[in-house]
Ligand binder design. Structure first.
Ligand SMILES: [Zn+2]
Length: 230
């Protein structure tokens, strides 16, 4: 039986994916990219929810607002859990320009398929988060309930972007790779050259049979996205 339970939650804000990774034996969990407080309350703190208060870590794939919007709330709900991010991500979540919350209304307004009626009156305030509890540069390894978690910086989409590899089988890519969307490297702080040179080759080095969990769009077998890594 698979030792990890991976649940994906599609959030209303920019259709971002939020993930809950639970170790089946210990029932301890990691929350990746907390972007919707209502979903967190409903699915992780609801009555009878078996995973209540067992979240040990929150890991951020990168600093953009649509991936961190519920970070402060998640921290207050899951007291004792530690937030892990790259140092650049941790620095940038504290700045509304660098986490893009200051511009997010405009970003949504120009998005394809934007539903103006749905978001009418939903103004996004500039968002400032506290620093992460655990920061790293380049890479870090985490031995978590018998699982080997490797976090590695992956510049291109944003300065603070990382890849999260669990047991060489599950790869959380943030906005560095999606099956459905081309990787965006033109936002402020984006770096197309670094993406082409470093991040793409790093992604190609992962086993093609690993499952990739993107920040937007559906999960996929890494080999399926070969066309995005040419
Ligand atoms: Zn992003």
């Amino acid at each position: 039986m698979e030792k990890l339970i991976i649940e994906s939650f599609l959030t209303e804000l920019n259709d971002s994916n939020m993930y809950l990774v639970t170790d089946r034996d210990s029932q301890r969990a990691i929350l990746i990219d907390p972007s919707d407080a209502d979903i967190i309350r409903q699915h992780m703190l609801g009555r009878g929810c078996s995973r209540k208060a067992q979240i040990e870590y929150i890991i951020l794939t990168h600093e953009h607002y649509d991936h961190i919007a519920a970070l402060s709330e998640a921290r207050s709900l899951f007291t004792g859990c530690k937030v892990i991010a790259s140092r650049k991500c941790s620095d940038r979540i504290q700045n509304p320009r660098k986490n893009m919350s200051k511009y997010f209304d405009i970003i949504l307004a120009f998005k394809d398929g934007y539903d103006a009626a749905k978001r009418q009156g939903c103004h996004i305030e500039p968002y400032v988060s506290e620093a992460a509890d655990i920061v790293f540069e380049s890479s870090m390894c985490l031995d978590w309930n018998g699982h080997c978690i490797t976090l590695v910086e992956a510049a291109g989409h944003s300065p603070g972007s990382i890849l999260i590899d669990i047991d060489g089988q599950h790869l959380f890519c943030g906005d560095s790779l999606s099956y459905d969307y081309e990787t965006l490297t033109k936002l402020p702080g984006g770096d197309g050259t670094a993406y082409e040179r470093n991040t793409k080759s790093m992604l190609r080095s992962f086993g093609g049979e690993a499952i990739a969990y993107p920040g937007h769009g559906r999960a996929f077998v890494l080999a399926e996205a070969a066309h995005r890594l040419e």
